[in-house]
Design a protein around this ligand. Structure first.
Ligand code: MG
Length: 403
């Protein structure tokens, strides 16, 4: 059996008008919450979260029950803020240690954390922070961007990266705590940890200082150091500890709220459908544009080619483009053989023309060239014959004269 004793205190401090911290501690659960938000909203957020977690955890004192209780508290704060616009933007940190029962029936401490409230372990005069701060500066320390010393004075050390009540999904650190009899756990809001050094915490919170005296001295010391924020302290000491059979260390992200889930699913489904539809339309548009350009290019020209012995005019690219093959537009009826040899070779390789008219004109021109060449050849033969006859006559005449 794991058991603890406890003491707790909370104080408004010296600067704030109200105490926005909240706490609860009993035989199996210790919680500290640090609320934020104007017009008393911070008080509502922290007290509501503590109330919901306490009630729900005691209905199911397991790790899952603890996690679910924090999830419910998150939605409770969020729902309250939505229902009460004057509390819009409120939120709260939460740090809790619970004695949870595992499947084997063993009860052991489990930590849950959202925000920058802390839990320290005090053992043998040493102090160890068990929780991670969910602040910008501390996240940067874990990323290696800042040293702990730089983070301690960084202007974004108070800017939180996780808070209950801000979103319907929240990440929760869930960690099994390895404890032994005599260990003390100190849960506190930043009103304590910002005011006191680790050395002061060890000095004031460690045994043999009685628990009640320790919490009083811690609060008093924080006030003395300035008391610039609300101060909340819960101190527990383990009398008996049994190690858990199933230690846990994880960060879990809550699911969207059950009531909103169908709407969210529909919205995501709808958004998905629209995205797909738009993507499909864009793809169809691109494909149609591509096909149109290819069609235009494929049939934007004409060419002359031999078709079974006559000159034909084709529309298209001689070798085709994609699946657009050229097709015959008309037959000029000019025999392919009625071209000059050089033009016949050109025709065999196809002769491109920009339009149907120019193709027809060129076919006609080539045919005329052939006819012209034929006329010249006939005329040339006739002239040669005449010249020969004349020469003969002259020769004959000459012969006669000599005779
Ligand atoms: Mg605070």
């Amino acid at each position: 059996m794991t058991r603890w004793r406890f003491a707790a205190a909370t104080d408004t401090g010296l600067v704030r008008d109200a105490n926005e911290d909240a706490l609860s501690v009993d035989a199996t659960l210790a919680i500290v919450a640090d609320g934020m938000g104007g017009h008393a909203a911070g008080e509502v957020a922290s007290s509501l979260a503590v109330e919901v977690i306490t009630r729900q955890f005691h209905e199911n004192e397991t790790v899952d029950g603890l996690y679910a209780a924090v999830e419910t508290a998150n939605l409770a704060v969020l729902t309250d803020a939505v229902a009460n616009p004057e509390r819009f933007g409120m939120g709260t940190t939460i740090i809790a240690i619970a004695l949870t029962e595992d499947a084997a029936g063993i009860v052991s401490p489990t930590l849950v954390n959202v925000g920058d409230s802390r839990v320290y372990q005090l053992r043998d005069g040493a102090l160890r922070q068990l929780s991670d701060d969910h602040s910008v500066a501390e996240e940067w320390v874990r990323m290696g961007r800042l040293t702990p010393e730089e983070a301690a004075v960084h202007p974004r050390r108070h800017q939180l990266t996780r808070v209950l009540g801000m979103d319907d999904v929240v990440e929760i650190d869930v960690v099994s705590v390895v404890a032994q009899p005599g260990d003390r756990l100190l849960l506190c809001s930043d009103g304590l940890s910002n005011e006191l050094t680790p050395e002061q915490l060890v000095q004031l919170a460690s045994p043999p200082m009685p628990l009640e005296d320790a919490v009083d001295k811690l609060v008093a010391a924080a006030r003395e150091a300035g008391g610039r924020d609300n101060i909340t302290v819960v101190l527990v000491e383990f009398d008996e500890v049994v190690a858990t059979m199933t230690p846990v260390k994880k960060t879990v992200s809550t699911a969207p709220p059950a009531i909103a889930a169908p709407r969210t699913t529909r919205r995501r489904s709808s958004r998905f459908t629209w995205r797909v539809a738009i993507a499909v339309l864009v793809l169809i548009g691109v494909a149609a544009g591509f096909v149109a350009i290819m069609h235009w290019y494929a049939y934007s020209t004409y060419y002359l080619a031999d078709d079974s012995g006559s000159i034909a005019v084709y529309q298209g690219q001689p070798n085709g483009v994609l699946w657009f093959s050229p097709h015959k537009v008309l037959d000029t009826t000019f025999p392919s053989a009625h071209l000059l040899p050089s033009d016949q070779r050109l025709l065999a390789a196809t002769i491109s023309e920009p339009s149907l008219n120019s193709a027809l004109n060129y076919a006609s021109y080539l045919n005329q060239l052939w006819h012209s060449s034929r006329s010249v050849a006939v005329a040339s033969t006739t002239t040669t014959t005449t010249t020969t006859a004349t020469t003969t006559t002259i020769a004959t005449t000459t012969t006669k004269a000599k005779g």
